[in-house]
Design a protein around this ligand. Structure first.
Ligand SMILES: Cc1cc2nc3c(=O)[nH]c(=O)nc-3n(C[C@H](O)[C@H](O)[C@H](O)COP(=O)(O)OP(=O)(O)OC[C@H]3O[C@@H](n4cnc5c(N)ncnc54)[C@H](O)[C@@H]3O)c2cc1C
Length: 390
C-alpha cells in the first residue's frame, strides 16, 4: 500500500475488512462458528499480506514501515468489527517488539518475518507456580553448558503453549537471592528435547492455558535474547508494552460490543424495556464514558510514543481501567441478556453466545498482565509517590 493520508488509510483498512472478513469469523453474526486454528492462521496471514499486521515494523523484517499513528488507525477499524483475537499476539505484540529492541541482527531476520507470516507462533513463559505477581522470585534456571544453555524448571499459565512453536522464556542465570539481577530472556523452540507441555482446562471450557516443563533443555546461544543480565530490564519492557500498546484496538472493540448488546436488546420488547429503565440506562451510559476515557488514554499514549516522550506508568492506568471497566460491562451484559423473553429472538441468541463467553473470559482480565492490585501498587508508588506499605 502506498503512502496515504490518515483518512485515506482509514477507508482503505475499513474497505478491505468489509470485503475480506468472512462472516463465520464475526462474533456478532448468526453464521459465526468457533474458528479452527488453521482458519485463524489463514486469516492472520491474509491480514499481513494486506498490510495490517506488523504495520509499524521495518520493511526489512517483514513489516510495512508505517507509523504508530497508522497502527492506531488500523486498530480502530479492526476493533470496530467483531473479528477474532490474534492467536499470535504474544509474537506480534510482545516478542516482536522486544526482539526489535534487544535482539541481534540475526535474531531479527530469523524471528520477525516468521512471526508476521504466522510460520512461528509464540507464547510467553514468565509465570511459575511460586512466581506470578512476584516475578523476581522465579526459579527456572538457565546454566551455561559450553556454547549453549541448559534450561530446567516449570512455567504455568502459559497461554497457547500447546499451539506455539517458540516460548519467550524468562529464566534465572544467577542465584535466587539476586532476585532481579541474573535473569535472562530466551527464544526457546518448543519442539526441543526435554520440553513437555500439558494443557489446563479453564472454566470457559477452553484449553488455552498450559504448564510447560523444561528438563535439561539445550538452547543455542543464538536463541538467547540480549545479554544474560539484561533479562529483568527486558522483561519490564515487555510488561510495559503488554500494558500500554498491546491490543490497541481494545477500546474500539469494547464499543463494538456495547453497540451489539444494545442492538440485540432492541429486537426483544422485554429487553428494550430494560434499556428504558433508569438503572440500566445509567449503567450503560457509564460504560460509554469508560470507553471514551480509554480511547483518550490510548490516543494520548500513541502521540507520546510518536514524540519519543516517556509514558511512565500510563500502561498500568490503561490496563487497570480497561480490565475493570470491561469486567463490569461483561457482568452487565450477562445480567441484561439473562432477562430475555422466551423463545429467544435470533439476535438475542447470537448476543447471548458472544456475551456469555465474554463474561467468563472477563474474570481473567483483572489477573493477567499484572493483577489490579499490582497496577494499583505501581500507581501508588510511581505516580503518586506514596510511602511504601508495611
Ligand atoms: C487468562 C490468563 C492468561 C495468562 N497468560 C499468561 C502467559 O501467557 N504467560 C505467563 O507467563 N503468565 C500468564 N498468566 C499468569 C499471570 O501473569 C498471573 O496469573 C498473574 O501475574 C498473577 O500471578 P499469580 O496467579 O501467581 O497470583 P499471585 O501473584 O499469587 O496473586 C494472588 C493474589 O494476591 C494479590 N497480590 C500479590 N502480590 C501483591 C502485592 N504485592 N500487593 C497486593 N496484592 C498482591 C494479587 O493481586 C492476587 O489477587 C495468565 C493469567 C491469566 C489469568
Amino acid at each position: 500500500m502506498q503512502s496515504l493520508s490518515g483518512d485515506a488509510y482509514r477507508s482503505a483498512v475499513r474497505g478491505w475488512l468489509g470485503e475480506n472478513l468472512p462472516a463465520h469469523l464475526r462474533a456478532d453474526r448468526a453464521s459465526y462458528a468457533a474458528p479452527r486454528l488453521d482458519q485463524l492462521v489463514a486469516w492472520e496471514q491474509a491480514l499481513h499480506r494486506a498490510g495490517f499486521a506488523g504495520i509499524a515494523w521495518s520493511r526489512q523484517y517483514g513489516g510495512h514501515g508505517r507509523t504508530l499513528r497508522e497502527h492506531l488507525i488500523a486498530s480502530q477499524e479492526i476493533g470496530a468489527v467483531a473479528m477474532p483475537e490474534s492467536v499470535n499476539s504474544i509474537g506480534k505484540e510482545l516478542a516482536g517488539p522486544i526482539i526489535q529492541a534487544i535482539g541481534s541482527e540475526d535474531q531479527k531476520r530469523r524471528f520477525l518475518p516468521a512471526i508476521l507470516q504466522m510460520a512461528e507462533i509464540w507464547c510467553q513463559g514468565f509465570s511459575e507456580p511460586e512466581a506470578g505477581s512476584d516475578l523476581a522470585g522465579l526459579r527456572t534456571r538457565a546454566a551455561r553448558d559450553g556454547d549453549a544453555w541448559r534450561i530446567n524448571g516449570q512455567k504455568i499459565w502459559t497461554s497457547g503453549a500447546a499451539r506455539s512453536h517458540r516460548c519467550l522464556l524468562l529464566a534465572r542465570t544467577g542465584k535466587l537471592e539476586d532476585r532481579h539481577r541474573g535473569l535472562a530472556l530466551f527464544a526457546v523452540p518448543l519442539g526441543s528435547a526435554g520440553v513437555r507441555v500439558n494443557t489446563i482446562k479453564s472454566m470457559d471450557g477452553r484449553e488455552s492455558f498450559c504448564e510447560v516443563f523444561f528438563e535439561n533443555v539445550e538452547v543455542d546461544e543464538a536463541d538467547a535474547l540480549g545479554a544474560p543480565d539484561e533479562g529483568w530490564a527486558a522483561a519490564i519492557k515487555v510488561l510495559a508494552i503488554e500494558r500500554a500498546t498491546n491490543r490497541m484496538y481494545r477500546a474500539w472493540r469494547f464499543e463494538n460490543e456495547l453497540r451489539h448488546l444494545i442492538s440485540a436488546c432492541k429486537t426483544d420488547p422485554a429487553l428494550e424495556d430494560l434499556l428504558q429503565d433508569g438503572h440500566y440506562a445509567a449503567r450503560l451510559g457509564a460504560v460509554f464514558v469508560d470507553i471514551e476515557v480509554l480511547k483518550g488514554h490510548v490516543e494520548t499514549t500513541v502521540e507520546d510514543l510518536m514524540g519519543d516522550l516517556p509514558i511512565g506508568a500510563r500502561g498500568s492506568l490503561i490496563k487497570l481501567h480497561w480490565s475493570e471497566a470491561h469486567q463490569r460491562f461483561a457482568t452487565l451484559a450477562w445480567e441484561i441478556l439473562s432477562q430475555a423473553s422466551l423463545p429467544l429472538r435470533p439476535a438475542v441468541k447470537v448476543a447471548q453466545r458472544r456475551f456469555n463467553e465474554l463474561y467468563l473470559h472477563s474474570r481473567a482480565e483483572t489477573i493477567y498482565a499484572g493483577t489490579t492490585e499490582i497496577q494499583l501498587g505501581i500507581i501508588a508508588d510511581r505516580v503518586l509517590g506514596l510511602p511504601r506499605g508495611k
